[in-house]
Design a protein around this ligand. Structure first.
Ligand SMILES: [Cu+2]
Length: 178
């Protein structure tokens, strides 16, 4: 019991540290570089791109979009594991991988399953392990979802799956913004 409490506390600390880092990184990027874009409106969609996620790769392998273009991504998990589709810079993905590692450590993400009720739980500090950023979706095998995103000219933009080990296994692709 004591051990469980300790590991939960360690997890909470890790979450606080990660959130702190993320917040400061986001702030610096806002000041220094172009943003990665923003959630788009359905009425502004000019192109729909189907993304399929497999174990462990994406189809297509890379994307090319225009500056200011609004794209609807229809994302399907055709693999046997949980996968994520996330739009961000390499630095953002790295930060998110630490958060997803915590989801695994807390049993929220187990290979082919997501404990969505646990993701809603307050961890005691008003924070949850909810995965609801507008630039990403996390899907169980067979699930389907969509993201509408308006792109901005950003350097080093990638789509990636940040489930532990997947990015390193090659589950990432370049997004070139023309
Ligand atoms: Cu994956």
């Amino acid at each position: 019991m004591k051990k469980t409490l300790l590991s939960v506390t360690a997890g909470l600390l890790a979450l606080l540290v990660v959130s702190g880092v993320k917040a400061s990184v986001g702030h610096d990027q806002h000041a220094a570089a172009a943003p990665i874009g923003q959630p788009g409106k359905a009425s502004e969609v000019t192109r729909t791109i189907a993304i399929s996620m497999h174990d462990n790769y994406f189809e297509p392998e890379s994307l090319s979009v225009s500056d200011g273009e609004t794209v609807r991504f229809e994302i399907t998990n055709q693999g046997a594991l949980v996968h994520e589709f996330n739009i961000g810079t390499a630095e953002m993905h790295e930060g998110h991988q630490a958060e997803m590692l915590m989801m695994v450590q807390h049993g929220v993400l187990k290979g082919d399953k997501l404990d969505r009720s646990m993701m809603e739980m307050d961890m005691g500090n008003g924070q949850t392990m909810k995965h609801d950023d507008p630039n990403s979706v996390l899907l169980e095998p067979g699930e389907q979802s969509e993201i509408i995103w308006t792109f901005a000219k950003a350097a080093d933009l990638q789509f990636a799956c940040n489930v532990p080990g997947h990015y390193q296994a090659g589950m990432q692709g370049e997004i070139s913004v023309q």
